[in-house]
Ligand binder design. Sequence first.
Ligand code: PLP
Length: 378
Amino acid sequence: MIYLDNAATTQVCPEAAQAAVRAMTRDFGNPSSRYPLGKAAASAMAAARWEVAAALGCGADEVFFTSCGTEGDNWAIQGALELGRRRGRHIITTAFEHSAVLEPCKALEREGYEVTYLKPGKSGHISMADLRNALRPDTVLVSIMLVNNELGTVQDLAGAAGAIKEAGSPALLHTDAVQGFLKIPFTPKGLGADLLTVSGHKIRAPKGIGALYIRRGLRFPPLLLGGGQENGLRPGTEPTAQIAAFAAACRLGRETRDEYTPRMSALKQYALESLLSALPELRQVGVGDAPHILCLTLPGYKSEVLVRVLGDLGVCVSAGSACHRGRPSHVFAALGISKKEMDGAFRVSFSPESTREDVDGLRDALVRAREMLFTTLS
Ligand code: PLP
């Protein structure tokens, strides 16, 4: 099998898997318990929080563990609105956010909030002039993703923070950095973000763990009510195995990113050249600045079918976001590309482990899939 769908999820690295097994079988105490087994679990968790903070480039006290990226996004939005409830009910986001941001925004509109959805230009970027025009005195939250999950385009978060500051707006800035974490260099402070979401399963940790960065000094409301875990903001007995694994994946990612990021970029360039020369009708969608995501289209073919045939040939890629199976992608709709291009769009995404042989296998499978489908169609 050739796995080139790493923006959907990643294979857990051995370091993370071993850390999880240790936390489940040896250091299995409840971090809230006062005896040595509990204290050992609590100190392992403190060390894990430090690792995640080091990978993010923030303080350990600014990292709050969540169950996934979706939870982090929902919490950031709800919390920011609660903090700003006396100031206004206007939110600015983009038309091509992940559904973990779009769906809460749609639900808020039904409750009477106003949401402005900024549209990306043809290259897949949000214009800062559009953001400046959209800011209003009653804007309480701006939520713009760092790396788009389908196109790989990197958004100008520092520019967004500057625009908010220039306008003298008290709006909080949230970024969904799920696809950017350990793929492009950033720190929450450097981006000017007040809130920032990450997810473990995109960086070779298991599913079921993520984190929300909450800027120090922000008196953020809790997500749940219960015990005092996560400083009282996200109570519930901590998933120590997932946290340990997340920390191990963060450590590995931090230690290897300087080597792997250029390698993934080079592999992406190789893939683009090799696929374009084998299939001249293939086109890239957006400019895809991130090193691990390549969005392509084979106009005239249905990506759903293409992806299924590729799967049968042993190659895993994605027909748009994995969270939108079977439905036309709002991301491509937001880009304003033709229906034919939209129908044929698919995503190839790399991990540090991906190789040229994987790309060659994808190329051969694509050529074969196109032949098979052409024969069926004609
Ligand atoms: N945000 C982006 C940009 C994503 O790509 C994803 C997952 O695909 C999510 C949020 C949701 O993360 P999770 O699957 O951890 O809930």
